[in-house]
Design a protein around this ligand. Sequence first.
Ligand code: SF4
Ligand code: SF4
Length: 399
Amino acid sequence: MQTWLGPEFIKTSEGREADAILRSCVHCGFCNSACPTYTLLGNELDGPRGRIYQIKSLFEGKAVTRQTQLHLDRCLTCRACETACPSGVQYAKLADIGRAEIEKRVPRSLPQRLARSALCWLVPSTGRFGLILKLARAARPLMPSALKRYVPVAKSPGIWPQARHARRMLIPAGCVQPVLEPGIDSALARLLDQHGISAIPLYPGCCGAVSHHLSASQQTRTRIKTAIDALWPHIEAGIEAIIITASGCGAMLREYGYLLREDPSYSVKAARVAALCRDPVEIVESLPLGIVGKGRRVAFHPPCSLLNALKLEGRVEAVLQRAGFELLPVNETALCCGSAGTYSILQPKLARELRDRKLRHLQLPRPEVIATANIGCLTHLNTASEIPVVHWLSLFEAG
Ligand code: SF4
Ligand code: SF4
């Protein structure tokens, strides 16, 4: 697609990058059928091709409005369009650049500004989020049952094995996962310990995904650098891998090299962190797991971050089948569940529609349990699921 960059973008790195991505799009529209918002709303402007066109207009200097911002806000950044695109268009990078530019040009309403600032302040802080959750849990007995589902009960992480093996891998905790589901990382630590690998826990703070989703560029860079500073001594000590049990956060760490590529102090470190980052399935699939599943019937929901960002389609399912679980067929596997970072809070109607559609498919084959690979999807689906939704690593404990 031909583009004519506006004068204010010609010399900026954002402008040049957007231009290169825009030129790779041939406007064929194959991506639209993979897009959850196009599927729900049927509006070209709420599909990838239409969003690309709106970003093109922005970079050509044409006016952008609140309506443009809304179409971009409705995008889940699930990257299903990238997987479907025959021309390899890097939609997510273009959307990030476009959103940041729109943020500068279109002032948000006061309620939107307050909501986004509150999310940036609350969610990435384990302490603050944990305190709010503690208060909500105290009030849980008084809540109507529909509201209770949004306040998961407190769980114990169980024992974290002492480091006793020569092979060592790092498991950094995320921001909300340690308070919502503290047993996921420790389940992986126990599994690795059984197979001769010691897992080292680390609390580096939020990976930056939350602020990145909200186009808060400065806060994102600060959070990434703080995380790198916490990880770096372990990297220098020769840690074998950095395992992230939330695929959304894992996808974020894989982007560190790209996001800090122009930072002279951090670009090399950021690229090193990204190269060491692994999803748990990339480690667990090489272990001699034995048969622990005993034929338990599982429906697996692969998060978009696992499918479209980390490109690990089918890998968790293969591990579970090898371990003796019965994997049930599920329709529309690649369609986003509507969680998408803070999307379920900022776009609740679309998020609920996608969640309910996803749950209909997941519950149809009547599984004993639904498994997934990302804390956001797990929490979001559990707000309405009749069947427990767990992280797939937890199945190795219950099995
Ligand atoms: S992003 Fe890809 S699939 Fe979508 S219109 Fe452009 S070239 Fe076609
Ligand atoms: S990232 Fe997802 S929601 Fe956004 S345009 Fe692509 S397919 Fe649609």
